[in-house]
Design a protein around this ligand. Structure first.
Ligand code: ADP
Ligand code: ZN
Length: 359
């Protein structure tokens, strides 16, 4: 097991990564001083596999457990589902000190986190991520939100959990496509911050995909440290944290144009490959490094080419994105593998030419 401390002053918390941690979540809660009741929010799929395990651990640690179920899928990450959860929390007389535990992927984490942030102006929030994406990305950084129609994460709050417990055993039931989805952000973190980790991924991708326990624990913990380092330095996303947007300027646009048929990780993979090309065309990144990145993306089971979408629509989506300031396109780009920089001055016509297939 590995423990990573997220340094955020009074909002600091620990992320535990390892095998078999879910049944021990109750002990961790006790260490933090919580007593009485605990509420688990989980989706139907995850409940089937893991709610019982978590509940048993909490019960043996002396908690009185309530389980609230939500339907799976991003389409349910809405104010309507949140409102239902508020009703249920009030029905079971949740108190201000009652911890709310999000057991599930990023959707459950975002939604339960938003509910925890807003119910009674904030109740304690614990995350037990069960997807690779949630373990390596959404559970770190304190972003919680719901969607408003097509507008993703438009209503939300920064709200830090008290604890994150990532039990890698839960990944065994995760569909392969969801595993690949999470790998996109892992590759991103290596590409922007950590050359050595990038090389490690090149050597160990087969073990990652086979869910080798030691390799997974190492990959997730290292990845948590990379993201945590960035987030601790820039909690509210004002400067440095923008390098985490690598792959996301083009990626988000492609995701929108696909009508969200592409998963986030697939869109980010496409975005990373496209933005590596932009970096290369600007004379920053070597052709060799761009090629290595493309190969790693493909080995993880992710796409590295923009699908046959209307480039004008992609450009339109990009310029409507919140990453645009003063009409210039804002990008996180690569200097080399392991080193990124932020620029808010990339010419839109140039980007259009590059993503249209121009060499
Ligand atoms: P993400 O973390 O990618 O944002 P979601 O919360 O939407 O994802 O989870 C993706 C899908 O995988 C959902 O249908 C969810 O119910 C399911 N899921 C999450 N964790 C697991 C798991 N450990 N085993 C099986 N299915 C899971
Ligand atoms: Zn992302």
């Amino acid at each position: 097991m590995q423990k990573v401390k997220i340094e955020l002053g009074v909002n600091s918390y620990d992320i535990y990564v390892g095998s078999g941690l879910l049944p021990l979540a109750g002990l961790r809660l006790k260490e933090l001083g919580f007593i009485g009741r605990a509420v688990i929010i989980t989706d139907t799929n995850v409940k089937k596999h893991y709610a019982g395990i978590m509940e048993d651990g909490l019960t043996s640690a002396g908690y009185d457990v309530e389980i609230l179920e939500i339907p799976p899928g991003e389409q349910n990450k809405t104010l309507k589902t949140a409102a239902r959860l508020y009703d249920e929390l009030s029905r079971i007389n949740t108190e201000r000190i009652t911890p709310v535990l999000a057991l599930g992927g990023g959707v459950t984490g975002d939604l339960a986190g938003f509910v925890a942030a807003t119910y009674m102006r904030g109740v304690p929030y614990i995350q037990a991520p069960t997807t690779l994406l949630a373990m390596t990305d959404s559970s770190i950084g304190g972003k919680t939100a719901v969607d408003l129609g097509r507008l993703k994460n438009i209503i939300g709050a920064f709200y830090q959990p008290k604890l994150v417990v990532a039990d890698i055993n839960t990944l065994k039931t995760l569909p392969a496509a969801e595993l690949a989805n999470g790998m996109a952000e892992v590759i991103k973190h290596a590409a922007i911050m950590d050359k050595e980790f990038f090389v490690y991924l090149e050597s160990n991708m087969d073990k990652v995909l086979a869910l080798d326990a030691d390799v997974m624990e190492y990959v997730i913990a290292r990845n948590v440290r990379i993201k945590a380092g960035v987030v601790s330095k820039d909690e509210k996303e004002t400067g440095l944290r923008e390098i985490l947007n690598y792959g996301h300027t083009v990626g988000h646009a492609v995701e929108v144009v696909s009508n969200f048929k592409l998963k986030h990780g697939q869109a980010v993979a496409i975005g990373m490959a496209a933005e590596a090309k932009i970096s290369r065309r600007l004379g920053m990144l070597s052709a060799k490094d761009a090629d290595r990145l493309g190969k790693l993306i493909i080995r993880a089971g992710l796409p590295a080419r923009i699908p046959d979408f209307d480039v004008k629509k992609i450009m339109q989506a990009m310029t409507h994105d919140k990453k645009v300031r003063h009409g210039r396109l804002n990008f996180a780009l690569l200097k080399s593998l392991g080193e990124a920089f932020i620029t808010n001055d990339v010419d839109a016509a140039f980007v259009e030419e590059v993503i249209s297939g121009g060499e």
